[in-house]
Design a protein around this ligand. Structure first.
Ligand code: SF4
Length: 369
């Protein structure tokens, strides 16, 4: 890591961890995986399983989106051993709708590894945590510090925003990451490292927000370079975003006389790997709509639904033409496909884009996950 610390012009005094911790003691968000600072002060420790689960779920997603999934997972599987004891298919079904499905597969692999290699107890160091599937540099630091109070430096998007403003970091992200981590280390305390990491996240999420930060309420406003300069909203600096390409394709929603819908499983690796889907074409920038019929799973009177389904992935936009056909009850599912009863559809491991496609095909909304 490049640990150079830039010499920015910044106001005195320097930001003090104790000011942030005092603010956190009063304003910590109540989160279902969190031990509040008052309880931590009385020796209550966080459950590493819950911290790990929340951190994996929170990657690329918001707290609001994660809460109900977190509650569902700890309700179904209260310990890492419970999660290790179920099949991947059950985990994928419970995860459906949360996106970035490789995380769900790694979640299961990691639970298996914690049970097999560590007797069901998460290791405490960053290095040992990073040896587990799906745990990278950020997540290992977050678990080590929040669950075990190790002095690890945790930098997520919230922390990047706070630090880049406090110190007016001119280097654009992502190149600024090492600089921001080094600056965070200069203000991280020896005492209460876990609370400090969570306080930084809370400050970024509730006060030092991307737009219109509430600087007047900030415990560090007398030490913030960007606030002093009136430039807070211009940080963090970012490289211009690349335009996302648009891919197109077709999906076929075959509905049997009893209402069952034809599904198949996607290959285990790659985008949405292992999830369920309605049959369809590959997705391509040069997709030719007239060739879609060759990919229909069954011989039927396919009717094109009005307007393509739109969905955006990390690297591309997708426009999906949806075809619909009614099939007699006796029609068997082709190899590798199955008929999913209408009442079972909500419980299938259908990613959001496929829920949209099925809803368009059926002409009704499928239960949101
Ligand atoms: S003073 Fe404003 S810009 Fe600076 S850290 Fe606080 S909320 Fe962020």
């Amino acid at each position: 890591m490049d640990a150079r610390i830039p010499t920015t012009s910044r106001p005195e005094p320097a930001p003090q961890a104790r000011d942030l911790l005092a603010w956190y003691d009063r304003h910590a968000r109540a989160l279902p995986w969190r031990v509040p600072p008052q309880e931590r002060a009385h020796g209550v420790v966080a459950d590493p399983y819950r911290i790990w689960l929340s951190e994996i779920m929170l990657q690329q997603t918001t707290v609001a989106a994660v809460k109900s999934y977190f509650e569902k997972f700890v309700g179904l599987w209260p310990t890492v051993a419970d999660l290790a004891a179920v099949g991947e298919e059950d985990v994928m079904k419970a995860w459906a709708g949360l996106g970035y499905y490789s995380r769900a597969r790694n979640l299961k692999k990691c639970a298996d590894a914690v049970v097999a290699r560590h007797d069901g107890r998460f290791p405490e160091t960053e290095a040992a945590l990073q040896d587990l599937p799906g745990i990278g540099a950020y997540t290992s630091a977050a678990i080590a510090t929040i669950a075990f109070d190790q002095p690890a430096i945790v930098v997520d998007g919230n922390v990047e925003r706070v630090i880049s403003r406090l110190f007016e970091v001119e280097t654009p992200l992502p190149a600024a990451k090492p600089e921001i981590k080094a600056l965070t280390a200069t203000i991280a305390p020896r005492e209460r490292p876990g609370d400090f990491a969570q306080a930084m996240m809370d400050l970024g999420a509730t006060i030092c927000t991307p737009k219109r930060p509430a600087c007047s309420l900030c415990p560090w406003n007398d030490a913030c370079a960007a606030f002093a300069a009136g430039t807070a909203e211009t940080f963090p600096r970012k490289m211009p975003k690349k335009q996302k390409p648009t891919r197109s394709g077709a999906a076929f929603v075959a509905v049997r006389a009893d209402g069952a819908v034809l599904l198949r499983r996607r290959p285990p690796e790659g985008l949405l790997g292992g999830m369920s889907e309605v049959p369809g074409t590959p997705w391509a920038e040069d997709f030719a709509a007239p060739e879609a019929a060759a990919h229909a799973p069954l011989d039927a009177r396919w009717a094109l639904r009005t307007g393509p389904v739109k969905h955006t992935f990390t690297h591309f936009h997708l426009l999906l033409d949806v075809y619909h056909a009614e099939l007699p009850h006796a029609v068997p599912a082709p190899d590798g496909h199955w008929w999913s009863a209408r009442d079972d559809l909500d419980g299938e491991a259908l990613p959001t884009v496929m829920r949209k496609a099925v809803a368009a095909g059926l002409g009704k909304t499928l239960k949101a996950r």
